[in-house]
Design a protein around this ligand. Structure first.
Ligand code: F6R
Length: 609
């Protein structure tokens, strides 16, 4: 994680760096810093614990001089507590070299010991500081050579930006495993972790590849391999724009994004199902291949993994095609069985999640085709996949994913329709009905969101509980997992999601009058089973909040609170059942006074293992 930005040109670097850094805050926000050169030249560094606004305040009280060169960083701690000392940029003891870094240096402990023996004095607990010292001890007047020699000794993942007081006309960048792009301006150039950081300054970008190093001056960008071979990089012109990320009167981005879901799904359906005709532009996998594949493996992390779990139910139901789901971090290390008859579907909002990218590379190396379901246009995942199905949900700023999740679900339904049709797995009549029902979902959302004041009351009445369980069955088992994840990440209340049938195998021991249990108990072929599970909870004094189907008269006899959602075919219920769970998590977190959009310890994009 962490966000990097660097500038070289003729304008004052600091305001440019800060503006761009704010667009990278989704990558981490526990501390930030900036290093620029003054005219002596000296390296001037300012760092501050906490959000970027703290750095801005520091720069007001301790301003830095006008400078044409600088690097800046927003951190998500991996090695060492979030504090001023551990914030980037890091420098060597002579204060000659400043480094910003995204990634993890796996051999930092060995390097640190070696550097200490060479009289390097460390001031932080970070892995990054070794890079600054290493470049410094290898420096003999030529920064480029010193960086080459240093990166040859680094193991792990890194994207780095390096400046030196001896080289006021040089910004160095290098990457392995962590994203880094170069923005080409008019007599000025940039490095950044991500395109949106520089999009309002330039649209011409170079996506630096693993094993490449770049030397930037204000007029020139040169790219080499780590072995020193010059390469001619491809220059892309970014055509997408980042919508303005405003709260539009909502208290938080998360609440705004929850309310955007009807528009997001409606726009998706308009684009992907015009007049009921499926248009999966970007899929690029031929019908012949879709017919011949024997298995689908879905890889993803966190909320996207939960979308993948729902995807399994959808694909197996609609297309009768064996589908497995794995968290990317497990898949990449477990000797997965994948071959040319396997279709990999990688799901990711950001398209930059390190484990998902690694899983995709592993699968491709074994001959599988990869299609990604991705929100961020031009992201690493989109570029590395054979096909990409963009969800076009717009920028998701709240760290807790909401609209990206329902857009991922919708994409699975659309993909399910495609596979079912191609593989002749369902009757035309059922396909037609599913299309019609899907098209109705955005209208149902609008009604559901109108129940927010009732959901607010229920959330507030239950916000004192110190532990929550979420139970669901069948296709709403993943809904329970996702509801629990939402609650724990923004309210910090321990919450677990379970398949309701598993309750008797352990979790029931948790139930007493101090627990709240959210049960997804919709009219379905497992309804009676859910009711029995609710009875078991009530018998142990647990407090039950039921998500039920509109018109269900019986459920009120079993649950303390009922939130009902419109009746739809069971297969489509995850699209609706998650909405009250998102709102419950949101209102409980607000009631507890938490920072809903930037919860502690998290970052929007997880670019480290
Ligand atoms: C939870 C959440 C995370 C992400 C996960 C994967 O609300 O946002 O669990 O879903 O880090 O991120 P992407 O989808 O960007 O790969």
């Amino acid at each position: 994680m962490c966000g990097i930005i660097g500038y070289i040109g003729s304008r004052d670097a600091t305001p440019i760096l800060l503006e761009s850094l704010k667009k990278l805050e989704y990558r981490g926000y526990d501390s930030s810093g900036v290093a620029v050169l003054d005219h002596h030249p000296h390296l001037i560094v300012r760092k501050s614990k906490g959000k970027i606004k703290n750095l801005e305040e520091l720069l007001c009280t301790k301003p830095v001089p006008f400078s044409n060169l600088g690097v800046s960083h927003t951190r998500w701690a991996t090695h060492g507590l979030p504090c001023d000392e551990n914030a980037h940029p890091h420098t060597d003891n002579a204060h000659r070299i400043a480094v910003v870094h995204n990634g993890i240096i796996e051999n930092y402990a060995q390097l640190k010991e070696k550097l200490k023996r060479q009289d390097c004095h460390f001031v932080s607990q970070t892995d990054t500081e070794v890079i600054a010292h290493l470049i410094s001890v290898l420096y003999k007047g030529d920064l480029k050579t010193a960086v080459y020699k240093a990166i040859a000794q680094l193991k792990g993942a890194f994207a780095i930006g390096v400046i030196s007081k001896d080289h006021p006309d040089l910004l160095v960048a290098a990457r392995v495993g962590s994203p880094l792009i170069i923005g080409l301006g008019d007599k000025e150039n940039y490095i950044a972790s991500d395109v949106p950081a520089i999009l309002d300054r330039t649209r011409r970008v170079i996506y630096l590849k693993d094993g490449q190093v770049a030397f930037l001056s204000k007029d020139k960008v040169e790219v080499f391999t780590f072995e020193g071979k010059k390469v001619t990089p491809k220059i892309d012109t970014v055509s997408f724009s980042i919508g303005s990320a405003q709260k539009d009167g909502y208290d938080h981005f998360m609440l705004k994004e929850i309310h955007e879901q009807p528009q997001v799904l409606s726009a998706m359906l308009k684009y992907r199902l015009p007049k009921g005709k499926l248009k999966l532009e970007g899929l690029t996998v031929s019908d012949e291949i879709l017919n011949s594949i024997k298995k689908i493996t879905i890889v993803a992390c966190g909320t996207a993994y939960h979308a993948g779990l729902v995807g399994k139910y959808i694909i197996e139901d609609m297309a009768r095609l064996m589908t497995e789901v794995d968290t990317s971090s497990e898949f990449r290390y477990r000797k997965p069985i994948v071959d040319k008859n396997t279709l990999i579907i990688a799901v990711s909002q950001s398209g930059e999640t390190a484990d998902t990218l690694a899983a995709v590379r592993e699968a491709k190396a074994q001959g599988a085709k990869v299609v990604s379901i991705c929100n961020v246009i031009g992201s690493s995942l989109a570029r590395e996949s054979d096909g990409v199905l963009y969800t076009h949900a717009g920028p998701e700023i709240g760290v807790a994913s909401t609209k990206a999740y329902t857009a991922q679900l919708m994409m699975f339904y659309l993909l399910g329709l495609k596979l079912a049709h191609t593989r002749h797995a369902v009757t035309p009549a059922r396909l037609k009905r599913l299309v019609k029902d899907l098209q109705n979902i955005p209208y149902l959302y609008k009604g559901l969101l109108k129940k927010r004041s009732m959901i607010l009351k229920i959330a507030e009445a239950n916000s004192h509980f110190g532990c929550f369980l979420y139970l669901g069955r069948n296709i709403n088992y993943p809904t329970a997992l996702e509801g629990a994840l939402k609650l724990k990440e923004i309210s910090y209340i321990p919450a677990e999601g379970y398949a309701a049938g598993e309750m008797k195998h352990g979790p029931i021991a948790l139930i007493d009058e101090y627990r709240a249990v959210v049960c997804v108990a919709l009219q379905s072929h497992v309804y009676e089973k859910m009711i029995s599970n609710i009875q078991e909870i009530r018998a142990r004094k647990g407090n039950v909040i039921a998500i039920a189907t509109e018109g269900d008269k019986e459920i009120a006899h079993h649950a303390h609170y009922v939130i009902d959602i419109p009746a739809v075919e069971e297969l489509l219920t995850p699209l609706l059942a998650i909405i009250p769970l998102q709102l419950i998590a949101y209102y409980i977190a607000v009631k507890r006074g938490n920072d809903v959009d930037q919860p502690r310890n998290l970052a929007k994009s997880v670019t480290v293992e």
